[in-house]
Design a protein around this ligand. Sequence first.
Ligand SMILES: [Cu+2]
Length: 170
Amino acid sequence: MLGLVGGPAASAGPDAGAAGPAPAKIVMKSNGKRLFFTGADEVVAGQRLKIVNTIKPRAHGPHTFSLASESVIPGNRKEVNRCFAPGKICRRIALAHKVDFDTGATRLPVVKAGKFGWDRMFSNDAKGDSWFTIKLGATFSQKVTAKPGTSLSYFCAIHPEMQGKIDVVE
Ligand SMILES: [Cu+2]
């Protein structure tokens, strides 16, 4: 929807330190028209959370997996359509990733906020943890460092209708 198609594949995230239990997994998927996240809705604190991009970039361009508080994630069509306006959350996330708006490429595929790992959601006044991907089959995995009891909401800043939530448990 934004013309952020093409550009080099800058999104191959590291999947290092694969010791320990299998990571929880969230997959970016397409069923033709609809784009969505599917996968784990629960993760143990300290477990790894892996994001997988299975959507062909030629049709839909890049995606982000961006932790963001529910209050800033677009809740209706109007908010989705305005998400890239100056100061709005989609633009803020793209800027945090240093996305080149002409090519759709980024020099910063991983935005880190808070502690190491998945723990910080974008809010009205702070950055959150986010991964940018433009390559089919790309994955990114890191530890969930948010406290048990936290509910991490997330969405795609390129297709804000892609949304989900994962609960961090003991
Ligand atoms: Cu997307």
